[in-house]
Ligand binder design. Structure first.
Ligand SMILES: [Zn+2]
Length: 189
């Protein structure tokens, strides 16, 4: 699925729990971070027509969709938040991303992008889902719209939106525009 869908699902997931702003940010970002390995698409597209194209996306996409990187991410979240429970939620949030990719990330050429879950220790386990739908299938749009509706509902109910991850000042007018009452300093929520 797209990073936007992963981001929104991480946000909706984290709001099922009572966490402070820093924890909400960490757990939400844990649901997007596996796609850092997809940034190779930029040099790949830029060099597509050159005599020495860089195939960094084709070669490395999904190379961080692994158990090892999930553990690394969880420890980074632990260092950042100092709470084991939040680190565990980041671990789950990361796996939510893997589940979403398994369900709905079939490439336009039909490639299933198998997830090498145990890399670099073993190449044997390559996760795929047989009923997987395409990246641009209606299901992904439907899920993204549902997550957007839930995000608006959270803004109205709790007074926070995912914008707070980047700026609390910018979050307040967004929450107000969505019909919510911006939470007072939401660190303690
Ligand atoms: Zn992914």
């Amino acid at each position: 699925m797209s990073p936007v869908t992963h981001f929104l699902s991480g946000w909706v997931f984290v709001n099922c729990f009572r966490l402070n702003r820093r924890e909400r940010a960490a757990v939400t970002l844990a649901s997007v971070v596996p796609d850092v390995d997809g940034l190779g698409i930029i040099p790949e597209l830029l060099t597509r027509d050159s005599s020495h194209p860089l195939l960094w996306f084709s070669q490395y996409h999904h190379s961080l969709h692994t158990l090892l990187f999930a553990v690394v991410t969880s420890f980074v979240v632990l260092a950042f938040t100092r709470r084991w429970g939040t680190a565990a939620l980041a671990f789950v949030s990361f796996h939510l991303h893997l589940l979403e990719d398994l369900l709905g990330s079939r490439g336009p050429d039909g490639d299933q992008w198998p997830i090498p879950y145990l890399k670099p220790f073993s190449d044997h386990l390559q996760l795929v889902c047989h009923g997987q739908w395409a990246l641009n299938a209606w299901q992904n749009y439907a899920i993204t719209i549902a997550l957007l509706i839930l995000t608006i509902w959270i803004a109205r109910r709790k007074g926070v939106s995912p914008v707070e991850i980047f700026s609390t000042a910018a979050d307040k007018p967004v929450v107000a525009a969505l019909g919510g009452v911006p939470a007072a300093i939401s660190e303690a929520m």
